[in-house]
Design a protein around this ligand. Structure first.
Ligand code: DAH
Length: 332
């Protein structure tokens, strides 16, 4: 009897000690060594199983139960530790994290570089009287294309460029889709309005392309608005955002919804950055917004936020913006 009690005691203690060592294992290798030492042929727990034969028959069931319980406990601890090491143990395949170590305090979180850039542009435009509203990301073809004088033969309507839903809607390919909605919502000029957010195009992913990206679009409509107003506004916005030393380059361009149209590059940190499209709103677009195009004139511009954020923060691969890797984001 006494021998049986002693064995139960020993196996129980052995299991408890094993569980502690397993919880401390810092790698899969270490864990495997522990498993062999405990449950392998010559393992500690296996040893108890083997010696069951020497236990007197009347106490064998009780001792056997204790040994089996110890084995299950050890197996469970091994499984659990293995899962913990696999799931939180690896960060980008390189660094091991010991989840059982005491925590290291992290500072409070902060906003994503994209959000920060976007909010700064927004704030500057708001200070100039542009109101901000959110508009749909899932759009219909009318608002994303037709109302912007984009005929159905236009390449941007190609199925390869745009994502369509089963019901025939389109994920907005640009924030310009907001223009006719904003005119109809606000109704009476003078109108100064903007929106921003996610846009989608079916691009192959590489360092500068991602199927989802961010834009900000703005319109200003009043009597006698002219190209000089557009230029002045853009200069104010970009100086406010990037500093007084930048230079702007207006390149003649084409957009179906503006005429004349210009692409604007900004010389910033030693390089030209293609940043935005702009122009005077076409009469057709004003009319789609319910306005009398003989009475009102407007300018519009749309800028890419991702590239701007990348240049500001020295990020060279757009994919990094979307990986939500805390180690990466903590740098900004
Ligand atoms: N929507 C255009 C694009 O995605 C950019 C753009 C050009 C927006 C001219 C505008 C504009 O508002 O007037 O490339």
């Amino acid at each position: 009897m006494a021998a049986a009690e002693e064995m139960i005691e020993r196996v129980t203690q052995a299991a408890a000690a094993a569980v502690r060592r397993i919880a401390d294992a810092a790698s899969a290798d270490e864990l495997e060594k522990l498993r062999i030492g405990l449950l392998g042929k010559a393992g500690e727990i296996t040893g108890f199983l083997k010696s069951l034969g020497q236990v007197p028959a009347e106490s064998r069931p009780r001792v056997g139960q204790a040994v089996n319980a110890a084995k299950e406990q050890v197996q469970g601890a091994l499984e659990e530790r293995k899962g913990a090491l696999a799931s939180s143990g690896q960060l980008r395949g390189k660094h091991w994290i010991d989840v059982t170590k005491p925590g290291i305090r992290r500072g409070a979180g902060h906003r994503h570089p994209l959000t920060r850039t976007l909010e700064e542009v927004k704030a500057i435009l708001q200070s100039m009287g542009f109101r901000y509203d959110d508009y749909p990301e899932v759009e219909d073809e009318y608002h994303n294309f037709d109302s912007l004088n984009t005929p159905d033969w236009h390449p941007s309507r190609d199925m390869h460029d745009s994502f369509y839903t089963k019901s025939g809607n389109v994920l907005r390919t640009h924030t310009s889709a907001f223009q006719s909605r904003a005119m109809r919502a606000i109704k009476d000029p003078p109108i100064r309005a903007m929106t921003a957010g996610r846009c989608y195009r079916n691009d192959d992913v590489d360092a500068t392309h991602f199927p989802m990206f961010h834009q900000l679009d703005a319109i200003a409509i009043d009597r006698g608005i002219h190209f000089g107003d557009l230029k002045w506004t853009l200069e104010q916005v970009l100086r406010g955002l990037l500093g007084p030393d930048i230079r702007l380059r207006f390149r003649p361009s084409y957009f179906p919804f503006t005429t004349p149209s210009a692409e604007v590059d900004v010389y910033y940190r030693g390089k030209w950055l293609e940043l935005l499209g702009s122009g005077m709103m076409r009469p057709e677009v004003l009319r789609h917004g319910g306005l009398d195009s003989d009475r009102w004139q407007g300018f519009a511009f749309g800028m890419g936020i991702d590239r701007l954020a990348m240049r500001r923060y020295g990020i060279t691969d757009i994919r990094l913006l979307y990986e939500n890797d805390v180690a990466f984001l903590a740098q900004f």
